[in-house]
Structure formats: structure tokens, C-alpha cells
Design a protein around this ligand. Structure first.
Ligand code: FA5
Length: 348
């Protein structure tokens, strides 16, 4: 068989193979096997040395023609396969721009923040300033200025995390009273402040106690402040937080920094005072401590207690929130369980 007909056959076979290929990898294998250094065309070209001088150019140009047409067919097939692959990808990855988007989950204020903000707004509306104080506090402000000198037995009422002998994690927001009183200029008017913040005690965590919780301190100092002012203010607070039908009652109590001191109960918002599980069948729920500022606290701040006096209160917003929303475990506030927190979702 002549070289020319070999080439002819090679071309036909090659073109037929190329036509049926369906992957670029196989196509590449065919290219190497047909046109590579060890392929049949190279072989034919190598055999040309044995041809006559007339045959050589004819066979040579035919061999080139075969190589060119195979190369062109491979190139065309390659384009075809690439286009096909691209089309498949495009149809697989189509984005339907008319589909509704996935809603983005937006957070909400923590329920304790909501309760705190609500109380802050109420007092700002009554002309109070909101004051911040340090959580890492000096023994001096936390206890001594609040009429609890070293070894005062009332220090045991607030089991304390000490950092050094003189520095501690504040056990209540009352030291902010002392810090604010000390700086207040009564020529500018009376002192009316609240101070919300975090406090710390070595209490064992249980359903109603946390070693870290919140308080909101309230303090009013001026001339002629009476217990009636305290009662009226707390009544406004109780009605605002727990509902307009609420009543309050004051029971005698003891705090070293107030005299007289009271515990404040609010009539049960669940049963209206008839008695139920929430109020332990008493009709009343204890919500905060308060009293008339002890003259020693006024004097400790360098103010004349014969002229100036006032009232103070300290409430636990954690317990307020528990009562208001019927939450039976204070630890829920600190676990950050989204299912719990979402129950108090509000539009901020
Ligand atoms: C005080 O801390 C006083 N400084 C409050 C005060 C201020 C009285 C001004 C008079 C004048 P008491 O220890 O009772 O008081 O705490 C106040 C409130 O904090 C409690 O009514 C309660 O709501 C909350 N509380 C106390 N201990 C815890 C605790 N371990 N976990 C959560 N809340 C607590």
C-alpha cells in the first residue's frame, strides 16, 4: 500500500474518531496519538527518505494537508466541547433573580436592657440625671462612705469579691450615691439621679440569685425631702412597670445607709392582690429596698445634714423583669439562648 493511501486512511479514521469524542481529555489523547512524535504521521514523514525525488514533495505536501486537517478538526472539536461545558455550567448555576431573598435575622435589645431603658426613660422624664460608676470599686465608696466602716456587721449582708484589701467588685450601685453627692453643687439645684449598672456578690447561683446581676440606684437630695416624696416616686415607678392598677406598701427594714429603711412591696399583678402562686398567696411581691438617706452618708460627702436630706432606693431590674414577664429562673438572662431572647423581640 502506498504512503499516500496510508495517509488517506489515517485522515478518515482520525476525523471519524474526533467526531465522536465527548471529552477534552479523550480529545487530547487522540491529538497526542495522531500528531505526536511517536504518532503515525511523524512515522510517514520519516519514511519519506525512501521515496523517489518526484514522489517526495507530493507525499510531503499531502502529509502536511492531513496533519492540518486533523489539527483543524481537533481545534474545532475542542471549541465545541468548551462551549458545551460552559453552557452546561451556565444552566446549572442559573440565578433566578425573581426569587424572594432570604430574610436577614436582625437582633433585638436584651430583655434586661429593655427593662432598664424603660425605667431610665421614666426617671429622665421626671428630671433625673443618669450617672455611671465604676464596677471595680474602692472599699471606701462601696462600704465606708455608705456608713459601713470596716468590721460593720452589715457588710455580711453583701458577700464580696475582693481584689485587694481596698479594692473590690461593687456589691451594689449605692457607691455611685457617694461619688455623685461628693461632687454635687447644691447652688445649681437639687440632686436627682439614677444609676443603673452591673453588681457582683459571692452569692450561689440559683433560680433567683446570680453572682452578677443588675441594680438601679435612685437618689434625691435637697432641702425638705420627705418620705411622702419617696412613696409617691415609687408608686409612679410601680404603676409604670407593672400596670396602672398597682398599689405599693412599705415595710420597715434595715440598711446602714438609710434611716428609716423600708422594703417595698407591689400588689400582685397576676392576681390583683387576692393571692396566687406568683405572690406566694400574700397578695404582695417584694421589689426593692429604699429609705431616707442616713445623715452620716450626707455628712461623709461633706454636706450639712441639718440642711440637706433625701431619699434613696435600689432595685434589681433582673427581678423586675422576672416578675413582669413571669420568668422563673434568673439564669435565663445570662445563657444567651436565642429561643428565650426572641420571646422579647421588639422593633428597636
Ligand atoms: C441593696 O443592695 C441596697 N444597696 C439597696 C438600697 C439602695 C436600699 C438605696 C436603700 C437605699 P439589697 O441587697 O436588698 O439592697 O439588693 C437590692 C436588690 O437587688 C434586691 O431587691 C434584689 O432585687 C436584687 N438582688 C440582690 N441580690 C441579688 C442576687 N444575688 N441576684 C439577683 N438580684 C439580686
Amino acid at each position: 500500500m502506498s504512503l499516500k493511501s496510508d495517509l488517506e486512511q489515517l485522515k478518515e479514521k482520525g476525523l471519524a474518531q474526533i467526531k465522536t469524542v465527548d471529552s477534552t481529555k479523550v480529545l487530547n489523547d487522540i491529538r497526542v496519538s495522531l500528531l505526536g512524535k511517536k504518532g503515525p504521521i511523524t512515522n510517514v514523514l520519516r519514511g519519506m527518505k525512501d521515496l523517489s525525488a518526484e514522489e517526495r514533495p507530493q507525499v510531503g505536501s499531502f502529509a502536511n494537508e492531513v496533519r492540518d486537517s486533523l489539527t483543524a478538526a481537533i481545534e474545532t472539536k475542542k471549541q465545541e466541547l468548551q462551549t458545551q461545558l460552559l453552557n452546561e455550567q451556565l444552566s446549572a448555576e442559573t440565578i433566578d433573580v425573581t426569587l424572594p431573598g432570604r430574610p436577614v435575622e436582625i437582633g433585638t435589645s436584651h430583655v434586661l436592657t429593655q427593662v432598664q431603658n424603660d425605667i431610665e426613660e421614666l426617671f429622665i422624664g421626671m428630671g433625673y440625671q443618669v450617672v455611671d460608676g465604676p464596677e471595680v470599686e474602692e472599699d471606701h465608696y462601696n462600704f465606708e462612705m455608705m456608713n459601713m466602716p470596716k468590721d460593720h456587721p452589715a457588710r455580711d449582708m453583701q458577700d464580696t469579691f475582693y481584689i485587694t484589701n481596698e479594692v473590690l467588685m461593687r456589691t451594689h450601685t449605692s457607691p455611685v450615691q457617694a461619688r455623685t453627692l461628693e461632687k454635687h453643687d447644691f447652688n445649681q439645684g437639687p440632686l436627682k439621679m439614677i444609676s443603673p449598672g452591673r453588681v457582683y456578690r459571692r452569692d450561689t447561683d440559683d433560680a433567683t440569685h446570680s453572682h452578677q446581676f443588675h441594680q438601679i440606684e435612685g437618689l434625691v437630695v435637697d432641702k425638705h425631702i420627705t418620705m411622702a416624696d419617696l412613696k409617691g416616686t415609687l408608686e409612679v415607678l410601680a404603676k409604670h412597670v407593672f400596670g396602672a392598677d398597682r398599689k405599693i406598701r412599705l415595710r420597715p427594714s434595715y440598711f446602714p445607709f438609710t434611716e428609716p429603711s423600708v422594703e417595698v412591696d407591689v400588689s400582685c399583678f397576676k392576681c390583683g392582690g387576692k393571692g396566687c402562686a406568683v405572690c406566694k398567696y400574700t397578695g404582695w411581691i417584694e421589689v426593692l429596698g429604699a429609705g431616707m438617706v442616713h445623715p452620716n452618708v450626707i455628712e461623709n460627702a461633706g454636706i450639712d445634714s441639718k440642711i440637706y436630706g433625701g431619699f434613696a432606693f435600689g432595685l434589681g431590674p433582673d427581678r423586675f423583669a422576672m416578675l413582669k414577664y413571669g420568668i422563673d429562673d434568673i439564669r435565663e438572662f445570662y445563657l444567651n439562648d436565642i429561643r428565650f431572647l426572641h420571646q422579647f423581640k421588639v422593633e428597636d
